[in-house]
Design a protein around this ligand. Structure first.
Ligand code: EPU
Length: 344
């Protein structure tokens, strides 16, 4: 275990916000975390905040508590039959590295999630999703350690309550109470590509690959290219991916507030009564695409992504976020909410 004080969080958040943490602890595995909580919780500066690569966080101030970082990258095959495999992965494994490893091993299902920043632990908390696939559908169970008493607890798939950008780990009741230490994925040994999200088939065709003979590696490479064309690289321009969630509204609200004035407005069916709207489109209609406010900006290729144009503080990003939220509400009567976690 490694414990440090008064540490810059710049390497630990993709937004590039330059704040400090009172304490940062890197632990090796679940046993070490459990012992740390059981034996020394009283002496740690609080609150405890478990983070991965900090790709979905916005630090608003110096953090007065203890940041916990997981170093565990163990992979263990728990079970395998002719078509499926159960693989337990340490929460500290970089998700994209695991996806690459899985494809090499012939474990399929995660290809469309290629190049999403963050670690395996966060994949379960956020229920990361892209290009028509959500990771929750492939999560068998999530192993945790209680941050209150150090005890272990496993949440089975159904207990995780996965839905769009949501899991029980984001709920009022559970949020911040557990550290995810490993995720068990149920992956397929047969490659069944998901190609129906807008743009994938065209991008494959542009590479001279047909849907019938695409390989998992080609699909991964294609997804990486599509993402790379739209999303800014956090190493170059600080950002946390999609800043807002896409709002889910009733068909009635969509027709009355949006379609009546914009007959071409995009929407995706969500259930029989609701549609999901691309927040990127709503933000673009409000004139924010490519615009800046102070040291915060709206990305020019994908307006759902807010960026640090250089030296921004959390409050700069929040000021832009608040203004965009208000403009979208004023124009469309639809509220959009950040997917990024604000840390005070
Ligand atoms: N759009 C615009 N203007 C733009 C860009 C997009 O109007 O400049 C509209 C278009 O109608 C487009 C639609 O937005 O068809 C959807 O755009 P895109 O395919 O880029 O997806 P998204 O809904 O904006 C979501 C995820 C992304 C994920 C993509 C692809 C959320 C909050 N975001 O974005 O996730 O990569 O779909 O599946 O659901 C992330 O979480 O960090 C992330 C990047």
């Amino acid at each position: 275990m490694q414990k440090q004080h008064n540490i810059s969080l710049l390497p630990h958040n993709t937004f590039g916000i330059d704040v400090k943490a009172h304490t940062v602890i890197k632990y090796a595995d679940a046993t070490e975390l459990s012992e740390l909580i059981r034996n020394t919780r009283e002496s740690l500066s609080l609150p405890l905040l478990h983070i991965g690569q900090g790709s979905n966080l916005l630090f608003m101030n110096d953090f007065r508590g203890t940041i916990l970082l997981n170093n565990n990258t163990e992979i263990e095959v728990l079970q395998q039959d002719q078509h499926n495999i159960l693989v337990r992965v340490g929460a500290g494994y970089v998700m994209d590295d695991f996806i690459s490893h899985a494809i090499e091993q012939g474990w399929y299902g995660l290809e469309n999630l290629s190049n999403i920043p963050g670690q395996v632990g966060a994949s379960a908390v956020q229920n990361i999703g892209a290009y028509g696939v959500e990771v929750g559908s492939m999560i068998h169970s999530v192993s945790c350690i209680s941050l209150e008493d150090g005890s272990p607890k496993t949440f089975m798939h159904d207990e995780c309550c996965f839905s769009y950008r949501y899991s029980i780990f984001k709920s009022e009741e559970i949020r911040g109470k557990y550290a995810v230490v490993a995720v068990t994925y149920s992956l397929s040994l047969d490659f069944l590509p998901h190609l129906d999200y807008g743009g994938i088939r065209q991008a494959l065709a542009a590479r001279g690959v047909t849907a019938d003979d695409v390989t998992a590696q080609e699909l991964r490479d294609t997804i990486i290219t599509i993402r790379g064309n739209k999303l800014p690289d956090p190493k170059v321009l600080g950002n946390a991916g999609s800043f807002f969630m896409n709002p889910i509204v009733s068909r009635e609200v969509f027709e009355r507030n949006v379609l009546s004035a914009y007959p071409e407005a995009p929407s995706y069916p969500y259930d029989s009564e609701h549609v999901k709207l691309p927040a990127a489109w709503l933000i673009e209609q409000c004139g924010w695409k490519g615009k800046t406010l102070g040291k915060a900006g709206v990305h020019s290729q994908q307006p759902l992504v807010l960026v640090n144009t250089g030296g921004a503080e959390g409050s700069d990003i929040k000021a832009l976020s608040d203004t965009i939220q208000k403009d979208v509400t004023d124009r469309f009567g639809i509220d959009i909410y950040p997917e990024v976690n604000f840390i005070y």
